[in-house]
Design a protein around this ligand. Sequence first.
Ligand code: SF4
Ligand code: SF4
Length: 463
Amino acid sequence: MTTTSPTKERVTTIGEGGRRFWLYPASFKGLWLKRRQWLAAFLIVLFFVLPWIKIDGHQAVLLNIVDRKFAFFGIVFWPQDFYIFWFFVVGGIVCIFLITALWGRLWCGWACPQTVFLEHVFRRIEKWIEGDAMKRRRLDRGPWTWEKLRKKTLKLSLFMIISIHFANTVLCYFAGSDHVMHMTFTAPGDNWSWFTFMAFLSFLFFADFAWFREQFCIIACPYGRFQSALLDEHSLIVGYDYGRGEPREHLRKGVESKAGDCIDCNRCVAVCPTGIDIRMGLQMECVNCTACMDACDEVMEKVGRDVGLIRYTSISELEGKSQRSIRLRTVAYSILAVFLLAAGSYALLNKREYSIQILRAAGSGFSRVQSDHVINHFQVKISNRTSKAITIEPCLPPGFELTTALRTWNIPAQSTQNQSIFVSRHLDKFSPDGKERLVVSFRREDKTIFQDEITLIGPAHED
Ligand code: SF4
Ligand code: SF4
């Protein structure tokens, strides 16, 4: 039983005057729970292991905004490649729209980090230390004793340790696991900004999983709010078969019931992590976690009735109509998602491995050398986006002379270098209008990899 009866008029966990009702979801068993536990275990391991996997010398997933380094399974993105990210991020959002239109809040119940960590890590620790719903409620309402102090201290200490580990792992995705490892063994004062960020994240996660909990899904998460716009009567939902269940009636020994299959045991409400009654229909608070499905199946098996009174279904199926997957919105989302992901893939496959930029050196005009030559100074900025060092050689067309500190330039992997070049031309060959256009080529292993036109300036003169 929950501490308050769910109503349609107000969020179950918020009572009169805005006071929070603390939920004590009961334990349950079932096939859906087992499936979710397997997926959660996989996702949790993936989350903690991924920052330590290196592909081609780069962290598997890295989103280092401060140093502007981004890597995704061996593909390294530079800030200039951000438009490719845009295609994938927007394409991913459209895919979530599509998944929601087809299969409802599958993400919330099965893969959202909030649900995965709350239900499969923090809540399990809480149940392990404080017991099932009744015991937890009794403990909270009871006076402070040494036993209560011991249990609360142990629980909150474990919550804090996991939150710190969680925060450090999140940091690995943004600062890089090598950097986080290095910071771990140096004094906090050497990395104040990162340390403060990590402490803030740890506190945030601790507060969320120890206290805020389902409020995040109900109040803070924008995805829940989108639900009514993204779902329609054909979308998959966790639904109660009111045609079969109603009118509900308590089971009475020796009395044959002519009512529906629901025995009004309230088990589905007791296990719900957001405290709602699924029998009231589709509600924004339902995260499609399937707990009520398992709980009700358990009850149905015990009373010898068919399972599936609460099941994955759709509003149209519950109303006895046919369920359609192909609808205008699913077709539109599919086309848009395919277009965005294809455009992103095309951009990714054609991503330039180098970028070379030639600019006139700031404030420089032209000078005369050896009394009969005009010389101009340029700056060349070369970015090597590959994971190997490269050697580049600048070349000029005949009639122009090149002066550089080094004939060839070695650019280390994933780095940018600035080089100065001086281009000169004999005054006799210089165009009378004082401007000469020429193409500068850059060669690597005897292949031209980049060409750009520059303008040489000199004195205008009569022919
Ligand atoms: S109503 Fe059922 S599926 Fe929805 S949140 Fe509650 S227990 Fe989970
Ligand atoms: S668990 Fe099933 S039988 Fe019990 S109240 Fe919920 S819907 Fe009815």
